[in-house]
Design a protein around this ligand. Structure first.
Ligand SMILES: [Zn+2]
Length: 139
């Protein structure tokens, strides 16, 4: 899909660059507070822990496995969206307790049959040479 992708892409910032760089190498890296602080993961990436306000954070690779927390079929896709099918926007809860906004790549023909809580796995979608998006697939 590399040369055909025309939908909007994210612009990495200094705080999110490692996340996007990791996706290009098919790894998911989340920011985590050091163990001697509160030790919790957070996402989106920030320079200060949102729980204890520590700046002692490290990028930590995670599996990306999780469960479907919520989803919505967007019948009015955002401006600039060019794919024919309405995107199924999802919130995935990772094993680490983090919730990620994403979308499903393999929704059934009738998305209303999707069950909350089902297992999902990450899909690394290289949409351009610079950007790989993190999408999810129903297992
Ligand atoms: Zn913390």
């Amino acid at each position: 899909m590399t040369s055909e992708y025309t939908n909007p892409v994210p612009t990495p910032t200094p705080d999110t660059q490692n996340f996007w760089d990791g996706l290009k190498e098919q790894t998911i890296q989340l920011k985590r507070c050091l163990e001697n602080e509160c030790g919790r993961f957070h996402h989106f990436p920030r320079s200060i822990c949102p729980y204890c306000h520590s700046t002692n954070l490290e990028w930590t690779p995670v599996s990306g496995n999780g469960t479907l927390y919520a989803f919505s079929v967007n019948h009015r896709p955002p401006r600039g969206w060019t794919e024919n099918e309405a995107p199924v926007i999802a919130i995935v809860e990772l094993e680490e307790g983090i919730k990620l906004y994403t979308n499903l790549v393999n929704p059934p023909e009738d998305p209303t049959t999707i069950k909350i809580g089902v297992p999902v796995e990450p899909v690394f979608d290289k949409v351009t040479n610079e950007v790989t998006l993190l999408r999810y697939r129903l297992k």
